[in-house]
Design a protein around this ligand. Structure first.
Ligand code: 3HC
Length: 304
């Protein structure tokens, strides 16, 4: 239960009290809505920005459902407390379709499409429009944090904040140090991570950071094992759940995060490192080409 609301022991080593009270999340997809939810749960005022109103609607619905899940764990059978928790948290979340309407925040986190040029354009705009004190952060899974911010002036108030899916449940936050990030910004990010109940680790701007750099070869080998017909998908997943204690097997997890995301992360790290463990996998390419992206499309390694 505690893991959901962030009252677990926290390892974000920061001496700074969290000064971030207002947060804007750009991108209302799965990650963006999860980030907005955890910030709102922690008492912060949040605005979610997405160009598409239907994505904002979907984000609000999923946040409300997930808040109920969290509230029920917190307050068990006390329906009025659950209701108050959901209402209070939900009321802290606003939505907007233009970034211009949401730049007045202490922290702006980008969680949009994984395209370098689109992210660069957004950050250049945010840099121009946001107040001087605002910290800018990207939730990219594997694009270079420094390249994303190549055009911004406030490089001292910028870095990566990489979350994991499902955001309300996964307890880790990777804090990626931009090359010119100030100590003050770094401490503010750690303090904010602690305030939303995450355990922070720090990483340089290296391809895939820590988690994706390690998860990549693991899932790639699992896909190759299956591709060669060495074991069934079910047996590979059972093996890693029961033999290594993972909550999900590697193929199940790839379906859960999305096979397009898996392909993108592996490809991005391969481009930067030329390490053959990240090389393209024909079966993964085929599934993505066929639109079999995992849970979200109803089929990936498994049918849903
Ligand atoms: N919001 C709030 N609560 C949620 C939730 C959500 N979106 N999703 C699940 N939960 C809660 C459930 O209510 C439940 O709570 P309880 O244990 O207190 O009853 C708990 O989480 C477990 O959920 P379920 O019982 O529904 O299902 P599972 O026990 O199968 O757990 C899981 C689901 C948490 C996803 C677990 O299987 C897991 O941890 N899987 C691994 C996920 C992982 O590795 N994520 C990282 C992917 S990599 C990534 O994101 C990086 C990116 O760059 C690609």
């Amino acid at each position: 239960m505690n893991k959901l609301i962030g009252v677990t022991r926290n390892f974000c080593s920061s001496s700074t009290r969290n000064a971030i009270k207002t947060v804007t999340v750009v991108g209302g997809g799965l990650m963006g809505s999860g980030i907005a939810q955890v910030a709102a749960q922690a008492g912060q005022n949040v605005t979610i920005v997405d160009l598409q109103p239907e994505i904002l609607d979907k984000a609000q619905k999923s946040i409300q459902n997930n808040l109920v899940r969290v509230g029920k764990k917190l307050y068990k059978d006390d329906a009025s407390k659950v209701e108050a928790f959901v209402k209070d948290s939900f009321d802290r979340i606003k939505v907007a379709t233009k970034v211009e309407d949401a730049v007045n925040a202490d922290l702006i986190i980008e969680a949009i499409v994984e395209k370098l040029d689109v992210k660069q354009e957004l950050f250049n705009k945010l840099d121009q429009l946001a107040p001087g004190h605002t910290i800018l952060a990207t939730n990219t899974s594997s694009i270079s944090v420094n390249e994303i911010a190549a055009g911004i002036k406030r490089k001292d108030r910028y870095g990566g904040l990489h979350f994991f899916n499902p955001v309300p449940v996964m307890r880790l936050l990777e804090v990626i140090k931009g090359e010119q990030m100030s100590e003050e910004t770094y401490q503010a990010m750690l303090a904010w991570g602690a305030s939303i109940g995450k355990t922070c680790i720090t990483c340089k701007d290296t391809p895939g950071f820590v988690v994706n750099r390690l998860l990549g070869p693991y899932s790639a080998e699992a896909i190759r094992l299956y591709e060669r017909g060495d074991a069934s998908a079910q047996d590979i997943d059972i093996a890693m759940k029961l033999g290594a204690g993972y909550p999900m097997g590697p193929l199940e997890l790839s379906d859960y995060t999305g096979l397009d995301t898996k392909k993108f992360v592996l490809g991005t790290i391969y481009k930067k490192t030329s390490n053959p463990v990240f090389r393209p996998i024909p079966l993964l390419d085929k599934l993505v080409e066929e639109g079999k992206l995992g849970r979200k499309t109803g089929e990936g390694f498994y049918k849903y």
